[in-house]
Design a protein around this ligand. Structure first.
Ligand code: FAD
Length: 392
């Protein structure tokens, strides 16, 4: 029995239920990643992905396997590889975005037998449901209580060994994706995620007090690794070294994934009916915001951090998003699109869920909330260190 392992947002060998389960039942497997040219990605994001795939490939090779990296429409590529391997069976980690659901459907439409596994979130979307009815939680705090009380799956062991069908060899991801210069701050890959966690976890006790301080940079910076699945969210949430305030943030991530699963239009439509205001049309103001040239210090600092690092502090994300939507009155979709293009960690659930929260169009949000950037700066960057770091 041969199974194609279609890697997606699960680029790891540890606690990867898709990999573990398939390897437990198949004599031979074909680990595959498909680069879909329809997905636009900034050069830093392609770089992060290429490094994550290279690291995954190394791990699979150590187990006796390899990783195929092909470019094209995912279902077509998978169907071709499956036919070459003489199988119709595909293993896939379940995901909730409209893109992921369409991909899964397309695989089935190509005559493939698809089995899905958990792993993108701690608790699968739809697993905990409100007792009052409905297909998802709209408010965070009750979701959090139910999430904490829910039974979590057992972690999966990495397979002991992997065998490819005869004649199959892997591909160098950097050849497919291009080899951009690495970032010492956030190199891609499961090993890099582990290094980052081992570096951060021992000094995470102050997280609850410091995670909002812009200049301290006291958060984990694990978000790109979580996005690409270089680290298991379940492994993080059950790591005895991390504080409960951090686990609560992981719950926010699950929360937005279950919102997206139930409301696939989260990226394009206001979640709250009739919440879409008349947004202003001011392309010049939008460009200045993107370039970090609004003239408002803390907003510009955040936007320049995004340009330089492909990452932005959460507090700065809230301030810059509120400035765009509430001060400039521009459409949250334009802001979310820019974040999606530049952030290494961008994903539909977290990005659009948070944009809608800030813009006041989302679930569980206060429509009239507006962050005053001057007061935010005084509170979260009192000595001006963050602003100086990015504005010089
Ligand atoms: P930590 O504070 O160390 O938190 C650990 C993990 O918890 C994060 O890696 C992340 O996976 C999760 N998390 C933390 N805060 C949130 C949150 N508010 N919502 C959902 N999950 C959270 N996060 C993304 O992963 N991708 C996005 O595209 C994204 N877009 C955002 C857009 C806006 C406008 C805002 C306000 C927030 C956005 N966030 C997004 C959430 C948050 O800013 C980042 O997850 C966080 O800054 C990542 O840094 P960290 O890993 O150091 O976080």
């Amino acid at each position: 029995r041969t199974i194609v392992l279609l890697f997606t947002r699960d680029l790891r060998v540890h606690d990867n239920p898709m990999l573990a389960s398939a390897c437990a039942v198949a004599e031979r497997v074909v680990p595959l990643f498909v680069v879909d040219p329809a997905i636009r990605a900034s050069p830093p994001r392609r770089r992060f992905l290429a490094e994550s795939l290279a690291d995954l490939r190394e791990s699979l090779r150590r187990l006796g396997g390899d990783l195929l990296v092909r470019e094209g429409a995912p279902a077509e590529v998978v169907a071709k590889v499956a036919a070459e391997a003489g199988t119709r069976q595909v293993a896939l980690t379940s995901d909730v975005s409209a893109y992921a659901k369409a991909r899964e459907k397309s695989l089935r439409d190509h005559g493939l037998e698809v089995r899905t596994f958990p792993g993108v979130t701690v608790v699968p979307a739809g697993k905990v449901l409100p007792s009052t009815g409905g297909d998802h939680y709209k408010v965070f705090t009750p979701y959090w209580r139910a999430w904490e009380a829910a039974p979590w799956r057992d972690p999966s062991e990495a397979p002991a060994s992997i065998r490819l069908p005869d004649g199959f060899t892997g591909d160098d991801p950097r050849k497919v994706l291009g080899a951009a210069k690495t970032s010492p701050l956030m190199p891609g890959g499961e090993q890099a995620a582990q290094d980052r966690l081992d570096d951060w976890a021992p000094r995470s006790a102050d997280y609850a007090d410091l995670h909002d301080a812009l200049a301290v940079d006291g958060t984990s910076r694990l978000s790109p690794y979580l996005h690409f699945g270089c680290v298991s969210p379940l492994a993080l949430a059950t790591d005895p070294r991390v504080p409960s305030a951090f686990v609560r943030q992981l719950c926010w991530r699950d929360f937005y994934h279950q919102v997206l699963a139930a409301f696939p239009k989260l990226a394009t439509e206001a979640y709250r009916p009739n919440a879409d205001d008349d947004w202003a049309d001011d392309p010049e103001a939008l460009e200045k915001w993107k370039a970090g040239e609004t003239g408002v210090e803390v907003v510009d600092a955040g936007m320049r951090q995004l340009l330089a690092e492909g990452w932005m502090h959460n507090r700065a994300r809230m301030i810059t998003a509120s400035y765009l939507t509430k001060t400039l009155g521009l459409d949250w979709r334009a802001g979310a699109a820019w974040f999606a293009e530049r952030l290494l960690d961008a994903d539909v659930a977290n990005n659009c869920g948070n944009w809608q929260w800030t813009a006041g169009t989302g679930n569980d949000s206060k429509p009239y909330r507006r962050f005053n950037p001057v007061r935010q700066q005084a509170r979260f960057d009192p000595d001006g260190d963050y602003v100086r770091r990015w504005l010089g």
